[in-house]
Design a protein around this ligand. Structure first.
Ligand SMILES: Nc1ncnc2c1ncn2[C@@H]1O[C@H](COP(=O)(O)OP(=O)(O)OP(=O)(O)O)[C@@H](O)[C@H]1O
Ligand SMILES: [Mg+2]
Length: 279
């Protein structure tokens, strides 16, 4: 599309051969996941510019300005960080290689550093969007006694891998906890995006994608957006789907009553408190 990173035959890319801890999504699969993405004004600009730049490689080389290739996203759960990684892969027509850092670390303690290296070797060899999710696990593990040395080694490996990152791939990381990331790691990223809970306008826009844009639906969207203040878009999606199921069971059109019923059952704020305690 609008990119020099376009992979002419992404379907042939190995499904992360020799890389058990990664899942690979084709650009087409990524496209299907991001049909309803909402990005706020600043993040939309950052993502659009990032993608535009990927299509201007020669110009950037001529001007001797390095291309951005390492992006970090931070913010609360359910605000679209993972979705954005899929969106970038879709726009660049690259496969997404998704790696959950906590699975690499917890399942292979002692081998973590070499796993991190394997993941980067893979991305240096084949153009892709390499996405390390749950990135904050690096910060969290530094406090836990025996694992301190191991973690220091892993952070060093990661720093090296970030410095040596080359080729056509893009590196994307997501975290809930910005302040727990090692500043040395943080500094390696050329693109940083902050996610927050949706504004009323975002909520109306997102709800409209589910309920439609006729005048009656617009009024319903507005009332729903008011009720769902403080919810993430992930919560809102779950509540709307629950409400739609209720409407289907009743064989009735979706109305505000279904939404209040679904909201009371789903109880998003209790869930938010529980997940904070868990962290
Ligand atoms: N900005 C958004 N635009 C559209 N849908 C969204 C957005 N944010 C969340 N959603 C919905 O919520 C789901 C979960 O979002 P996502 O996985 O991107 O959240 P996250 O920020 O990565 O959360 P976590 O920190 O828990 O990993 C998405 O699949 C989508 O259905
Ligand atoms: Mg996520």
């Amino acid at each position: 599309m609008n990119s020099s990173k376009k992979n002419s035959n992404p379907a042939r890319l190995p499904r992360a051969k020799g890389l058990d801890m990664a899942t690979v999504y084709t650009p087409k699969e990524c496209g299907r996941k991001v049909r309803r993405i909402i990005l706020n004004g600043v993040n939309r600009t950052i993502v659009d510019e990032f993608i535009t730049i990927q299509g201007m490689k020669e110009r950037f080389e001529a001007e001797d300005v390095p291309m951005p290739s390492k992006m970090v996203m931070f913010g609360p759960p359910g605000t679209g960080k993972t979705l954005t990684a899929f969106y970038i892969a879709h726009r660049l027509e690259l496969p997404l290689v998704l790696v959950r850092l906590d699975t690499i670390i917890h399942s292979h303690l002692g081998e973590t550093g070499s796993n991190v290296r394997k993941v980067f070797d893979y991305a240096n060899a084949a153009p892709c969007v390499l996405f390390l999710d749950e990135f904050d696990v690096l910060g969290r593990m530094r406090d836990s006694g025996d694992e301190v040395k191991e973690m220091a080694r892993v952070v060093n490996t990661l720093l090296q891998c970030l410095d040596e990152f080359h080729g056509e791939s893009i590196f994307v990381a997501a975290t809930n906890l910005e302040e727990e990331l090692d500043p040395a790691v943080w500094r390696r990223f050329d693109t940083k995006m902050t996610y927050s809970l949706p504004t009323e306008e975002d909520r109306i826009q997102y709800i409209g994608l589910f309920v439609g844009s006729e005048p009656e639906a617009q009024e319903l969207s507005r009332r729903m957006a008011e009720l769902l203040a403080g919810c993430s878009l992930a919560d809102i999606e779950q509540i709307i789907l629950k409400a739609k199921r209720k409407a289907i069971i009743e064989d009735a059109p979706l109305d505000y009553r279904h939404i209040t019923g679904a909201y009371a059952e789903y109880n998003p704020h209790r869930k938010a408190v529980a997940s904070e305690v868990h962290r």
